[in-house]
Design a protein around this ligand. Structure first.
Ligand code: TEU
Ligand code: CA
Length: 561
């Protein structure tokens, strides 16, 4: 890989830090994180060294799905503050050199949005065609699977119009009708509104689902159930709409875009992100997240299969050798805490394991998306009871499993590992009550390990997870090889070690990560025999000529001399 052949972009060189506002910092004691809370923590955010902040939805919402059900795209959720707070926040970020990316949730709105409230009144209402309907006189609508509906059906009958509306997600999240040019114009207009305020990009929620198949045909049986996700992402006009959005909105600003792309895989992602397509900059996929995780998030023995993981990540890297640009992430608000999911949260391993995963995220090619709280090694809360969950997805799947007479113990055990609420517990700022998140009752329980896993104590410790994260962010920023270098996987079949090189011009780095809880020995390629150690997450390093020994969850980056 030659630097002179690479088209450098700020969003390729950035580290994105994701804030789930509801759980970041409460400022008024109602137990819910808010914009003032983020404003009060701006210096902390800046101290991390990251470049871009992605905020989960902060728009007006009745919160059936924590803000992913938007009732007014141009206003702020009451619980989070108001537009003045937003303007202060944006200014505070920009003053510190941080860019701000917002969530764009336009596959669906809330059923409380004025558009839907109007639409459901009559078939003649001007907003009726802002949504998708199946007239009852045509019989039962063709099967569509819903992520969050109690009966898994994505059609809901509405009496006043004598028709069914479509909702891929909750009953309270009707799908917007992108086939209607008026609806598209409304969305583009709203995007201009936010860009004119000065935001720096959008993360586009399930954007791959926006184009529906004409006439709602029956899908082939191999796509039934949650496999429908794959066909939802193949709507006939997806690329037409994204190209139109590019021309109408995106190309007029210096901003970044990233698709949340369920149904994107190595064979189709370039249609979305290759430069000449003029659609989006980046996409994030789910291929690694679904290793060992089945329907309703029931886990199997492949859950931490390193060989499969390496294969998936390596295939994805290769896609972007010539065109497009990738993303790298473990945690976000939809997935468990990275240290529990991908390594170990056992007390004796949690610290080193989370530093090892941080090393991985920040040494791969592709823009890293790093989830708040992972920098201090937060781990899954692992609720024992369904009553502790707030997430509609877990609650709904539990009810379905119960109704079917399914295995509820297995369900609870699996959701301790995979449930979304594990990532949504409040940030652990210090060891005072409620971890310094709120003076009231937190909307979701605080992980009891806050007594020893918290920001305040890690600030004081030179080799804490937090300070290791800062070091690793700086190492990436200082070494273009970590950003743009060609990636090559070594030892693909090794079940403990993830080893790869990064090469840019004459510079060659070797990244060695022990993904297991036991020691391992590895014979270095000869060219690394007298290499420099750039970073190491454990003080000791056993390196004799070309024989290196890695402790459990040890991570090392070497530079060829
Ligand atoms: O998530 C879409 C979504 O449901 C996937 O992330 C899903 O979890 C995955 O495909 C399972 O394999 C987005 C938001 O991130 C999520 O928080 C919202 O609940 C959802 O859309 C609806 O807006
Ligand atoms: Ca609050």
């Amino acid at each position: 890989m030659k630097l002179k052949n690479i088209k450098r972009e700020w969003w390729k060189e950035a580290v994105v830090y994701q804030i789930y506002p509801r759980s970041f910092q409460d400022s008024n004691g109602d137990g819910i994180g808010d914009l003032r809370g983020i404003i009060n923590r701006l210096d902390y955010i800046k101290s991390l060294g990251v470049d871009v902040i992605w905020l989960n939805p902060i728009y007006a919402s009745p919160n059936h799905d924590n803000g992913y059900d938007i009732s007014d795209y141009r206003n702020i959720m009451t619980e989070f503050g108001d537009m003045n707070d937003f303007d202060t926040l944006l200014k505070g970020m920009h003053e510190r050199g941080l860019k701000v990316v917002m969530d764009l949730v336009v596959n669906h709105s809330s059923s409380e949005h004025i558009w839907f409230k109007e639409a459901k009144k009559s078939r003649q209402n001007p907003y009726y065609n802002y949504y998708h309907w199946w007239p009852a006189e045509n019989g039962t609508p063709p099967a569509r699977w819903s992520f969050f509906a109690p009966d898994e059906s994505a059609w809901r009958y509405n009496k006043a119009t004598d028709s069914y509306y479509l909702h891929y997600f909750a009953v309270e999240q009707p799908d917007l009708n992108w086939e209607n040019p008026k609806l598209r114009a409304e969305i583009y207009d709203m995007m201009h509104f936010w860009f004119k305020k000065g935001i720096d990009g959008f993360r586009m929620d399930v954007i791959t689902f926006i184009s529906k198949h004409d006439g709602y045909p029956e899908f082939p049986s191999e796509y039934h159930g949650n496999k429908m996700i794959e066909i939802y992402a193949q709507g006939p006009r997806l690329h037409k709409y994204l190209n139109e959005m590019h021309n109408e909105v995106l190309k007029h600003y210096d901003v970044m875009t990233v698709a949340e792309g369920p149904g994107t895989h190595v064979h189709n992602v370039l249609d979305l992100v290759a430069e000449d397509r003029e659609e989006l900059n980046m996409n994030y996929h789910f291929d690694h997240q679904s290793i060992g995780v089945g329907e309703r998030y029931i886990v199997d023995e492949d859950y931490q299969n390193l060989v499969k993981f390496k294969q998936v990540m390596s295939e994805w890297d290769a896609v972007f050798n010539e065109r497009g640009w990738g993303t790298i992430y473990f945690g976000n608000h939809d997935f468990p805490r990275m240290v529990t999911r991908w390594a170990s949260d056992a007390p004796e391993h949690r610290r080193n394991a989370s530093k090892m995963l941080t090393t991985y995220l920040l040494s791969m090619r592709g823009t890293p998306y790093y989830y708040m709280g992972d920098e201090i090694g937060m781990s899954n809360i692992k609720f024992n009871s369904i009553d502790d969950y707030q997430d509609l997805m877990t609650i709904n799947w539990y009810e379905l499993t119960k109704m079917e007479g399914g295995d509820l113990d297995q369900f609870i055990e699996s959701h301790k590992l995979c449930g979304r609420d594990n990532a949504r517990t409040p940030i652990q700022w210090d060891d005072t009550e409620n971890a310094g998140f709120t003076e009231g009752t937190p909307w979701l329980k605080v992980n009891p390990n806050y007594k020893y896993v918290n920001v305040a104590s890690q600030e004081k410790e030179a080799d804490s997870e937090l300070n290791y994260f800062r070091k690793m962010v700086k190492l990436r920023a200082d070494n273009l090889t970590l950003i743009y270098g060609q990636y090559e996987l070594l030892a693909p079949d090794d079940e403990q070690l993830y080893a790869f090189t990064r090469v840019l011009d004459d510079d060659k780095l070797l990244v060695l990560l022990n993904f297991s809880d036991t020691k391992l020995a590895y014979r270095l390629p000869l060219e690394f025999s007298s290499a420099n150690v750039l970073i190491n997450n454990i003080k000791q390093l056993s390196l004799n000529d070309t024989l290196i020994e890695l402790d459990a969850y040890q991570a090392v980056i070497l530079r060829r001399n």
